[in-house]
Write a protein that binds this ligand. Structure first.
Ligand code: DX5
Ligand code: ZN
Length: 220
């Protein structure tokens, strides 16, 4: 089982006018993955960026591209994100009636598949899709915006950790929303091993990125 904590800065908080230098600086600062928040103004009340922007970022780092699709429907676009160079493609359980089909599609394209639950969605939504999941993402804000306050769902995170351990499969448990050096301690203690952080990763500009990541790992 994975025990090391991985930090996945959310590019949503980067300077969009300078994505190449932002990606390179965050890579050099020790980011493990890049978390890419795709929003459609329909599933969530905000629009961010899509596959062409991710494709443009792809040559600037070798690190894992972890795309979080906040779009409905998602199936018609999954191939675009695979071809843009995403390594892990995560879809919302609430984005449509067929999350199992979406996960099958992601796997058929040779990519790692993730399933994400909004704060209001119970862990039972995972029960019949765990066999297909390489990653479970628990939202600790209502998705759509960076910079929101952490919702304490540590009991939920711990319940998913138990489900993953019982499955016997090496499934990442990722948490997204309001993660800071302080809330990072809570979610790590509850069993999360991948922490998404937008505001807390990019605050202070490039000179601060390495210390921001260390603080999120609990090494600060
Ligand atoms: C919210 C996104 C998050 C967001 C996190 O809908 O899924 O990934 O960028 O931002 P912070 O870390 O600022 O809460
Ligand atoms: Zn996200």
């Amino acid at each position: 089982m994975t025990s090391e904590t991985l930090i996945a800065p959310s590019v949503l908080s980067a300077d969009f006018a300078n994505l190449e230098s932002e990606i390179k600086a965050m890579d050099a600062a020790g980011a493990d993955w890049f978390h890419l928040d795709v929003m459609d103004g329909h599933f969530v009340p905000n629009i961010s960026y899509g596959a062409p922007v991710i494709k443009a970022m792809r040559p600037h780092t070798q690190k894992i591209f972890d795309v979080h699709l906040m779009i409905a429907p998602c199936d018609p676009y999954i191939q675009d994100f695979a071809e843009a160079g995403c390594d892990i493609i995560t879809i919302h359980s609430e984005a449509g009636p067929h999350p199992h089909r979406s996960l099958q599609l992601i796997k058929s394209l040779g990519k790692k598949a993730g399933i994400v639950l909004n704060p209001a969605t119970p862990v039972s939504a995972l029960e019949h899709v765990m066999d297909l999941a390489d990653l479970v993402l628990i939202m600790t804000v209502n998705p759509g915006f960076g910079g929101q306050s952490f919702i304490d769902l540590c009991d939920k995170i711990a319940a998913v950790r138990r489900m993953i351990d019982q499955s016997g499969r090496d499934i990442h448990l990722e948490v997204d929303g309001g993660i800071t050096a302080e809330t990072s301690k809570l979610v790590r203690a509850a069993g999360a091993n991948v922490l998404v952080a937008g505001t807390a990763s990019f605050k202070g500009g490039p000179d601060a990125y390495a210390s921001n990541i260390k603080a999120l790992r609990g090494e600060g």
